[in-house]
Design a protein. Structure first.
Length: 430
């Protein structure tokens, strides 16, 4: 598949996303008025910072401890920590944000988050002075009985790093939580539908993952440690300017029946299979691919039989991908990809060995925003990943690809070039 290169002004795209969010909020809460406040997480010392995906989606900024505020007919303001010149002596940044560059991010104003910070980073238990200016702004909004639209879902884990900041701010802003309204459903609605720039980024992440899998196939042999295969994959990611979308899984034999096996340090044995689940992150967008390889270079008769059942399951499910069907909906099993997969595997006698979901949304997060109980829409990107896991036979097989949902046409497999047919997998190892 070839993707036409589509260029679009980044600032215009960011402005449009913010405008669309304000429109959705107005439709959902017509009786409320106020301001959208998006918060970047606080970095943890000794760990590389990873930006909150929704903050990045609306700001294009990868730096920590910032706040973005905007409202209808109001300026878009980036509230930045006051580090003076200390931070640049300790930490590099991919973003240069100042009065000369603010327009590149579609920003109207820059302001200090609070008083000057004594160190080069904001502490997770920040003081009132660190966020002093934003706190005063929020106090004014509370007094005016304005709504603060932010990311604060009830789900325990969702946006945890952002909710921690909101909770901390609430200690300094009496009544804040009474004025907070969660907008995570509206944000998810926008993020689910990928534009061409996002499809290109995902496709590039998949292309890098493809090269990593090709390299991995060449090093898989009896006596090789799983760690060597992992290192090969992650070397290619790094060499090609990508990061890990998630922790790589390289699982031989029975270890492949452990869905989140991350130890990756056992020796591969002749006659076994090895499952690789890995994905690159490029431009903040993720790939998520799984393949299975015969350690000896050739599938046995029984391994081939099981592998092709999994492959047939995936092919059947993909035939049903279109707007209006569900990833998982027990009330409409005929339109549920999960139930279509289970029904097929039941006919083969393996449904009880398929122990996870058929797929998930993919984008800025490897498990991207969106409910599996809502119907697919044009612009969604999803994974399809059937599997069979037989611990008693030391066999785990999963095949996972990434698909772009298009209205009126078959789903586009973004990972179609990664060897998947039995003969192609064996050929990739030679």
């Amino acid at each position: 598949m070839s993707l036409q290169i589509v260029t679009q002004d980044v600032a215009s795209r960011l402005k449009q996303r913010r405008k669309s969010l304000l429109e959705l909020i107005a439709q959902t809460y017509p009786e409320k008025s106020g301001m959208v406040l998006l918060l970047a997480p606080i970095e943890m010392e000794h760990y590389a910072f990873v930006q909150d995906s929704s903050f990045y989606y609306f700001s294009g900024i990868s730096q920590p401890a910032m706040a973005l505020s905007f409202a209808v007919n109001q300026p878009t303001i980036l509230h930045m920590p006051h580090f003076a010149d200390l931070r640049e002596k300790w930490v590099d940044s991919v973003d240069v944000i100042n009065e000369a560059t603010k327009s590149l991010f579609g920003l109207d104003e820059l302001c200090k988050l609070g008083a000057q910070v004594a160190t080069y980073q904001i502490d997770p238990y920040f003081s009132e002075s660190d966020y002093k200016n934003l706190i005063e702004y929020l106090r004014e909004l509370v007094v005016q009985k304005k709504t603060i639209f932010t990311l604060y879902p009830q789900h325990v884990r969702a946006y945890a790093s952002v909710k921690m900041i909101v909770d901390r701010l609430a200690l300094f802003v009496p009544g804040l939580m009474h004025n907070v309204v969660d907008i995570s459903p509206q944000v998810a609605q926008l993020r689910r539908k990928k534009d061409m720039s996002e499809i290109q980024a995902i496709h590039q992440a998949v292309t890098i993952t493809e090269q990593a899998f090709q390299a991995a196939a060449q090093v898989i042999k009896p006596g090789v440690n799983e760690a060597v295969v992992q290192a090969t994959i992650e070397y290619i990611f790094t060499e090609l300017g990508a990061k890990l979308a998630y922790s790589s899984i390289v699982a031989g034999a029975k270890r492949a029946t452990i869905l989140h096996y991350h130890t990756n340090n056992a020796i591969l044995t002749a006659g076994d299979l090895v499952l690789i689940d890995a994905g690159a992150m490029f431009g903040h967008y993720c790939a998520d691919i799984t393949r299975v390889f015969p350690v000896s270079g050739k599938f046995s008769k029984e391994q081939k039989k099981l592998y092709e059942i999994v492959l047939q399951t995936q092919e059947l499910v993909v035939e049903h991908i279109r707007p209006g069907v569900y990833l998982n909906n027990e009330k409409e099993p005929e339109n549920s990809l999960q139930h279509i997969a289970i029904k097929f595997l039941k006919k083969q006698g393996y449904d009880q060995y398929f122990i996870h979901g058929i797929g998930h949304y993919l984008g800025l997060d490897v498990h991207d925003v969106g409910s599996r109980a809502t119907p697919l829409e044009q612009g969604d990107v999803i994974t399809v990943e059937p599997g069979i896991y037989l611990p008693h036979e030391s066999v785990g097989i999963r095949i996972e690809d990434n698909y772009w949902v298009i209205d009126g046409a078959p789903a586009v497999c973004l990972s179609e070039n990664i060897a998947k047919l039995v003969g192609d997998v064996e050929a990739a190892m030679r």
